[in-house]
Ligand binder design. Structure first.
Ligand SMILES: Cc1cc2nc3c(=O)[nH]c(=O)nc-3n(C[C@H](O)[C@H](O)[C@H](O)COP(=O)(O)OP(=O)(O)OC[C@H]3O[C@@H](n4cnc5c(N)ncnc54)[C@H](O)[C@@H]3O)c2cc1C
Length: 448
């Protein structure tokens, strides 16, 4: 079949869906077609919660209702080739679709380390596809000993959730000295480690899994110090790589290899082809160096920029780069990180000053449900600009980190945070006299 559409989007993950719906709002008269190669996708951030928190894993389906409601056509097929001169895309089913504007939202693929035995049955990379994940959950539920490889936020979430199933020995191995070490400083990582240990999860830190042993199925793993551990299922949580093959084959500029090169408006080296989400190259907020941060929140922000600007530059954007803003939740403990950590700031060569504060998330702290919240802020010593922050403790950390993230993006100063005007209420927030962001800024100021 040959068909011509105005806007063709490849991929229906968070970036593809948001880009298509945004484009429909800005250009209501344009025909939009989305091609997705997975019949039933999953909400990626909800995948760990399919193992236990969600009674029915199918509830984590990534719906395309928003596309259908907006009169956007969706087909299940796989784009295999872009013909830039003809402005068309070929698919695995043998069809060809012409376009005026093409959006690549092909996402990322899980990293599968090249260690002996990695292809054995019982080893599961995280693929964002419902039928595959349901099979994986069923297998994990039958297992006695499950190992998660990778102690970043995804690995930690899997360990926590799988331990809630009950009757399974859960282990987590991380090559760095601490969990979440790329996004949190040691004091916050220690809180997570304590939580997981208290749940009976076996932690192997500063250790690498170098071999997977067994006949057809995984039976054991070997670590670099020759220690062995009996396991019957392994989940790989060691990151993802941008899915760039289609773009590379089409001769688009691939930048420095950490995603397809794009300008501020998500345009590639071909001005009729845009790229959004995990497959798009990212630049660091502070150094402008290429970085491999891949988050749904960043992906959807990029998708909104591209969707609005496909035909004309309607939404002016000063893309300051990605600040890497994350949050996670481990057994009642909420953690968030935005921008540089103390360690990463020092590694980059920034002269910094750090402020800490700890208090209750309600006031007075004797109110029912009040719990602890810790905030850490990292400022440039000389210029006093906020460069990073972390919040750990009660659920409010999830939104406190978004305030910190906004402040980083707006280059807010120590003085501005010290004199922050905020809404407070006994049941909803810390006391105005003890607001942790303000206290952390004051603590930093006192060290100058
Ligand atoms: C377990 C897990 C938990 C996560 N939790 C969080 C979180 O809490 N917060 C957060 O911000 N981020 C989280 N992330 C990261 C987040 O999932 C990604 O950043 C997000 O999915 C990126 O969206 P995307 O649309 O760019 O790519 P993807 O979600 O990868 O979607 C791309 C889609 O394109 C399809 N596709 C690829 N090639 C083709 C082709 N040739 N033809 C047709 N279709 C194609 C793919 O099959 C896929 O469906 C998590 C990731 C994982 C794996």
């Amino acid at each position: 079949m040959n068909k011509k559409v105005d806007i063709l989007v490849i991929g229906a993950g968070p970036a593809g869906i948001v880009c298509a719906t945004t484009a429909k709002r800005y250009y209501p008269d344009k025909d939009i077609l989305v091609i997705k190669n997975v019949e039933n996708g999953c909400i990626p951030c909800g995948i760990p919660y399919m193992f236990s928190s969600l009674k029915n894993p199918q509830d984590n389906i990534l719906s395309v209702d928003a596309l259908v409601k907006n009169n956007i056509e969706v087909i299940v097929d796989e784009a295999t080739k872009i013909n830039r001169e003809k402005k068309s895309v070929e698919t695995i089913k043998g069809d060809e679709y012409g376009y005026e504007k093409l959006v690549l939202a092909t996402g990322s693929l899980p990293v599968v380390p090249k260690i002996p035995g990695i292809g054995k049955k019982g080893v599961y990379p995280i693929i964002k596809e419902m039928d595959y994940l349901i099979r994986c959950i069923e297998e994990v539920k039958k297992a006695k000993n499950v190992l998660i490889i990778g102690g970043g936020f995804i690995g930690v979430e899997f360990a926590d959730e799988i331990s809630n199933i009950g009757g399974i020995n859960v282990y987590l191995v991380e090559v760095l000295p601490h969990l979440l070490a790329n996004s949190l400083d040691e004091e916050c990582s220690l809180l997570v480690e304590e939580k997981l240990k208290n749940k009976g999860i076996g932690l192997f830190l500063n250790k690498a899994c170098v071999e997977i042993l067994g006949k057809e199925r995984v039976e054991k793993v070997r670590f670099q110090d020759s220690e062995e551990l009996e396991v019957d299922a392994i989940i790989l949580g060691i990151g993802a790589v941008p899915n760039t093959k289609l773009a590379a084959d089409a001769g688009l500029d691939m930048g420095k290899g950490k995603g397809i090169w794009v300008d501020e408006y998500m345009r590639t080296s071909d001005s009729d082809i845009f790229v959004v989400g995990d497959c798009a190259g990212k630049r660091d907020f502070y150094t402008r160096r290429d970085t491999a941060v891949m988050l749904a929140s960043t992906a959807t922000a990029e998708a909104r920029v591209a969707g609005a600007n496909l035909y004309q530059l309607k939404v002016v954007r000063e893309n300051k780069g990605t600040i890497a803003i994350y949050s996670t939740y481990v057994d009642g403990l909420a953690l968030g990180s935005a921008g540089l950590t103390e360690i990463s700031a020092k590694r980059e060569g920034f002269e910094i000053i750090v402020g800490n504060a700890e208090g209750a998330d309600k006031h007075p702290k004797g109110l029912p449900g009040a719990s602890k919240i810790k905030v850490k802020l990292i400022f440039s010593r000389q210029s006093g600009i906020l460069m990073g922050g972390q919040a750990c403790g009660s659920i409010s950390a999830g939104e406190i980190i978004n305030i910190i993230g906004m402040a980083i993006q707006q280059r807010v100063s120590m003085t501005e945070l010290e004199t922050l005007q905020m809404a407070t209420h006994p049941y909803l927030t810390s006391a105005p006299t003890m607001y942790p962001i303000v206290l952390a800024a004051q603590d930093a100021y006192s060290k100058i």
